[in-house]
Structure formats: C-alpha cells, structure tokens
Design a binder for this molecule. Structure first.
Ligand code: ADP
Length: 485
C-alpha cells in the first residue's frame, strides 16, 4: 500500500536500534492506520525477538559509558532534544494527528507538554544528590549515593504518542540509564521521529532504541526474561500491567506502572457551576476522552444537577467532531473500531437499563471511527459504564445529597489515579482532598498534568510517579557506603 500524500516523505518507518534505522531481521512490516478515515497511512518495520535482543545488546553495551557521561553533558543533550522537539512542532503534531486522530491544536499542545519533560529532566540531571551523616553512635560515617538502575524498557500507550514516551525517556536519560521504547502498535511513527531528533541532539548510539512490534507479548516477554534488563516502566491497562509485574517478579526487576483510572468528578452545591462545566469539559474531552486521567463519573449534588447537566449537554452537543487535520475540529475519532464498539456497547447497555441520553449516544456513520460526544443521566448505580474506564467522549452523571455520600461513591472503585472536585469552601477543599483515595486531585480545575508534578496512582492504578523531582527517583538506586572515618 502506498503512503498517504500528506504523510511527510521522510517519515521514519524502520526500527531504531543502536543509532540506526534498520528493517526487522525477519523483514516483516505492519500497517499503521489513520483513525479519521480507517485507511492505511503507511507501514512500519515489525520487530521480533531477534531485533529486541539486538536492541538490548546495544543498550547494555552503551550503559556504563552513558552512566559515566558527565551529568552536565547528559543535561545538554536532553536540553538540545527539547529544542529540536519544539523546532519540529509541526512535523510531530501532524504525525500524531495522522496516526492517533487528535485535533492538530491538541497535537501541538502535546508537543509542548511532551517536550517539556525533556527540558524538566535536563534540569534534574545535574541535581542528583546523595547524603552523608555521622553515624549516631559516632562510629564512622554513612555515605548515601544514587546510581542509575541500568538498561530500562519503556512500554507506552497510543493515546499520547509523544508525551508518554518523553515522560519515561527524560528521567531515564537524566539518571544515566539507557532505554528501549516499545511504542503502541497503533502509533509508532511519533516515537521513531523522536529517536531521530535525539540522534541529532547528540545522543550516543545504543542509548535509545525504538521497537514497534505487533507481537508485544512475545517481544516484551523475551526482554523481561533477560536478567540484563534492570527496569520496566509501563503506561497502559491494569490488565497488561499485572502481566508485566508478574514478569518483573522473576528477576525482582524495578517496576513503575501507570495503569487505568476511573476518575470521579464531584460538583458540590457551593461550586461555581459555570466554571465546573468548563472544567468538566476539559477533564472529559481532552484527547476525546482517551486519557487515563479523564473524568469517568460525574457526581453532582442533586440541588445543582439539572443545571450542570443541561449546560454540559449543550457544550458537548456544540463540539465540532471531525478529522483532526481539519481546521476547527474539536473532537477527533476514536483510535480504532475495537474501542468504538466497546464504548457503543457500554452506552447501549446503560440506556437499556434506564439511563437517559441528554446528547449523542451513538456512533457517527461514515468513514473513520467517530463517536458523538455523549451525556448520560439517571444511571442505575450498577451500570457497567460507572465501573469501567470509558476512554471516550461519554460523560455519565449521577446525583448525591451529602459530602460523605459523594466521597464514598468516588472511592468505590479499585482504581485511584485522578479525582476532581469543585467547591468554594476551603474547609471542604482540605477535607475532601484528604479523603479521596487517588494519586492526584484536581481542585476547581479539569486539567492537572504538569511535567513538574508527580503523576501517579494508588490502588490498581499503579506504582511510582512520573514527572517532578519524584520522576527521576524511579531510575536511580540507592547505595549506602559505610566509612570508618
Ligand atoms: P490500551 O488498552 O490502552 O491499548 P494496553 O495495556 O493494551 O492499553 O497497551 C499499552 C501498551 O502495552 C501498548 O504498547 C501495547 O502494545 C502493550 N502491550 C499489550 N499487551 C502486552 C503484553 N502482553 N506484554 C507487553 N506489552 C503489551
């Protein structure tokens, strides 16, 4: 199949191993689709176990030299990579829009956000500390140093093709670790272009490899079984996270997991309702709802519920749905037909059991995998859609009467990634922030991601943090040196 005319001619489509673009050992390739049309964009090399083993050999060979590279030099390379990402905003954004579907404006926003992890960790690379104290007994000194964990594997999802990679690559390189990235099969192109930008920034060969593959289970399974791999960092479903944690257990490998969410969004009766509607729209519709931090359940005080629901339904109904590369598009397609059918089934099931459709409620006919922005009200409390991560443009609303009831409902999930609430009461702000079982809490705002803040979940939403000063700690080990003097 020939490449689409709007795909830049120099788009990288080979594996990236040891500083070189290479076909796979088997010669296999797989198609990358455009979710806005359902057609094929291009094909990329399909890595197998033999390619993974070459990538790990190169990561292991490069590890000690990279760890010994002065932190200032590692910082300069990361900083230059950030500059190159910003300089290539148009190219990166177009690739993301074509392979993932998000509107160009959002793709440009992701370039800024994703690139910022490289600048942030360029700044952290030269601030890796340690500590020393005199032993309390007076008998010698305690010296604590931080060392890179070693070669890392980063497995990333399709929803933020750039940022989910830079959030792992940035701290790994800053800490002195080499990295192999396995991007999602739906969106390999952005990460391959990033690898080329890193080469242009002066990153030595072998420090970063990128392995698109259709055989994630086989390729990742082989890497995880190799004791030379020191760490896995994964962003994706809780289901796959469990598999990887099981594999990590074998060599007692260090693991960071950013898994699924089921974020509650609570609107109290003292909230600024207009602001809450805007926040709800942002928390629900960023990336068309395809974010693990997306508001999944709206819990709205019954005194303000109708006003909030009517306003949100109006705003959702007015959103312009279309191909991401068209001017004015506010909501793109879903990533693939499988996701669209899954969401349609959840909505149909809710409606069959009594939910009321305030807007949307159906797939959009024609090419591509579009689903209408939807608001559902009056959900039975046992609806599957309240328990599952929706990952699409569907807002579901339930009512409550007391704060305790709202907090209990918000926490009634095995997940604990993001939670949001709107209130104008300071005491309630502190009380509810403390009571929510979530790794991240947004107060009177619908967007919380920030490269300078620790992103992470509790319960079945994950282990560890990405971003902030906490992010680099995931790639460092602690060594205690006992000194007599
Ligand atoms: P999503 O539902 O968002 O696609 P997944 O958890 O299925 O999330 O995918 C996230 C990443 O994990 C992708 O890069 C995918 O290819 C990869 N993946 C899927 N299954 C496995 C597996 N068995 N082992 C390792 N990686 C996997």
């Amino acid at each position: 199949m020939s490449d689409r005319p709007d795909l830049p001619a120099d788009t990288p489509t080979d594996l990236w191993i040891d500083g070189h673009a290479l076909p796979s050992v088997s010669g296999a390739r797989f198609d990358v689709a455009d979710p806005a049309t359902g057609g094929v964009l291009t094909s990329v090399a399909d890595a197998g176990v033999a390619d993974a083993s070459k990538a790990l050999d190169s990561a292991v060979a490069a590890q000690s030299r990279w760890a010994a590279t002065p932190p200032r030099r590692r910082s300069e390379i990361l900083y230059r990579a950030w500059e190159l990402v910003v300089e290539h905003t148009d190219e990166l954004a177009l690739l993301m829009t074509l392979e993932m579907g998000k509107p160009l404006a959002e793709a440009r926003g992701e370039v800024a956000y994703g690139g910022e992890f490289l600048r942030w960790f360029a700044e952290e690379a030269v601030r890796i500390g340690g500590r020393t104290t005199t032993a309390p007994s007076g008998n010698g000194r305690i010296l604590v140093t931080k060392e890179p964990v070693g070669p890392c594997l980063a497995v990333t999802p399709w929803n933020f093709p750039l940022a989910m990679g830079t959030r792992k690559i940035g701290p790994a390189l800053a800490a002195g670790c080499t990295v192999i990235v396995k991007p999602a099969e739906d969106t390999p192109l952005t990460m391959l272009l990033l690898a080329r930008l890193f080469r242009d920034a002066g990153l030595p060969d072998g420090v970063l490899s990128v392995l698109p593959t259709l055989d994630s289970a086989g390729v990742i399974g082989a890497l995880m079984a190799d004791s030379r791999l020191a760490k896995i960092s994964f962003t994706g479903s809780t289901q796959v996270g469990r598999i990887l944690l099981g594999q990590a257990a074998h060599h007692v490998m260090k693991a960071s997991m950013e898994l699924g969410g089921n974020a509650p969004f609570i609107v109290f009766d003292d909230a600024d309702i207009d602001a809450a509607v805007e926040g709800a729209l942002a928390a629900k519709m960023r990336n068309g709802g395809q974010a693990c931090t997306a508001a999944n359940r709206f819990l709205v005080h019954n005194a303000v519920r109708e006003r909030f629901t009517a306003a949100l339904a109006d705003r959702m109904d007015a959103l312009r749905v279309g191909a991401g590369r068209e001017d004015g598009t506010e909501v793109g397609p879903l990533i693939n037909e499988r996701q669209r059918s899954r969401i349609a089934a959840l909505v149909d099931d809710a409606v069959a059991s009594g939910a009321v459709v305030r807007t949307g409620g159906k797939a959009i006919a024609g090419d591509g995998w579009f689903y209408a922005p939807t608001v559902l009200d009056h959900l039975p409390t046992d609806s599957d859609i309240l328990a599952e991560e929706i990952f699409g443009p569907v807002a579901v609303i339930t009512g409550f009467d007391t704060e305790d009831e709202a907090v209990a409902a918000a926490n009634d999930t095995p997940y604990g990634l993001a939670a949001y609430f709107y209130t104008r009461d300071l005491d309630r702000t502190l009380r509810v922030s403390a009571a929510l079982n979530a790794g991240m809490v947004g107060v009177n705002r619908g967007i919380i991601s920030d490269p300078a803040a620790p992103f992470g979940g509790v319960k079945e939403s994950g282990l560890g943090s990405e971003g902030g000063s906490e992010g680099i700690a995931e790639y460092l080990t602690t060594k205690y040196i006992a000194l007599t003097a």
